[in-house]
Design a binder for this molecule. Sequence first.
Ligand SMILES: [Mg+2]
Length: 499
Amino acid sequence: MSTNNNNTLTTPVPQRPSMCPRQLSSSSFASAFEVARTKLSELGVEEPDTDDDDNTLSPFSSSSGEEDDSDSSPYSPSVESDSSTSEAASPLHSPLTAPVTPASLDPDVADNFAFAFDIDGVLVRGGKPIPEAIEAMKVLNGENPFGIKVPYIFLTNGGGKFETERCRDLSRQLEIDVSPGQFICGHTPMREFANKYGTVLVVGGEGEKCREVAESYGFRDVITPGDIIKANAATAPFRALTESEIKNSRDLLARGGKMSDIVVEAVFVFADSRDWASDLQIMLDIAQSKGGRLETRSENFDEGPPIYFSHNDVLWSAAHEHVRLGMGALRKIVETVFEDVSGGRKLKTHAFGKPQVSTFEFATRLLQQWRATQHGLAESEPPETVYFVGDTPESDIKGTNAMNEKSKNEWYSILVKTGVYQAGTEPKHKPRKLVDTVLDAVNHGIRREMAKLGTRKDGKGRKLPLDDAALKAISEGRTPNFELSADPFAKAVEQQQVQ
Ligand SMILES: [Mg+2]
């Protein structure tokens, strides 16, 4: 069993604190603290401790100012163009195609912070949930000492299925309802290109699935490597299509005319290739073609259509004890081999997904829409802090830190040890916080938020958690008990044990 090699997966699931009966939203929580602050001032308690405890809690220094390895940084379609792509790619505007219908305000929702999660290696590994992930979702859905619900979305570089199917899988794995309105996978942003290109080649995924996904996005003429091999088996000499592949692949010759009459305007790698050899051959054929015309060769190798990958992860965390090669590895191979076969000409391909800041901006818009449609919060307002929990420093942490640098609101990176990152090593891109599991990440974020709102120090520097007992004491004009535990979660567990 591969996951046994990971200590964090074999440790007992931490006991979850009992839910506090009080149901305060963070808004009402904030109001209560405003009252408390006044009373504390009257009681002679010092001003709030504004120190962020990140530096002491994190084994790493701040991530700000880290260098960007731009040699491998993928294309950002919203901000960048290049000589091999004559047409500027459109920005990523609208995560949801349906108009936003605000829900009525959820009184128990936290309005000033939210979570975003990577999936593989954080919540799921090898198709099975990481045990702490189920607990983490319960905490976010209100089973926490504060009784608040915290909005959250999922942002994965994976793909190859309809978003609705992936949400069903995740719902089953995490024992919650996951909506497409809170879900972005690697190829989700590609739907914004549906009206930009006519005929496109879609690569990757099982069977016909990615063609179906692309067509559901509005792409009008989607061909696959299987279609090309069916039309000319010599394209990939060692690849024999199965009976079902022959049946399901479309007949390009039935369009009339020659193969060279078909012009591929763009190539989209939607999901991981199931047959690297033939997919590599076909992508290189098109990259070397005359303007995307099938079975042609450019004289200068500079006429190929743009090639988009849904992400750039070279490695990912699957069921095997060691990380596996991902789409980013195929991308490197395509670019390297093109250089070899074209006499040294460079091929610049493009990648979506994390760590692209545009993907995080896309996620911000999705989160705003989700907060409005699910919780009744103002769509125009992003949360003050988004906690992003990931397992891959090169995509999750790098992207979150870059977004934090650029964004007006705070993006706070948390790295877990249940996936790509190996405990004990120093990650190339440093998180604000390193934890064992996603449950620790969620607890850390909630504690940090509540500490922002509630923790004060008395004259001796002892911390006072503004919990129920402290608030009650303050409201009655009594001096709160400063000997209480500074950790609201620990206190909740303590109370549970006493009962
Ligand atoms: Mg991951």
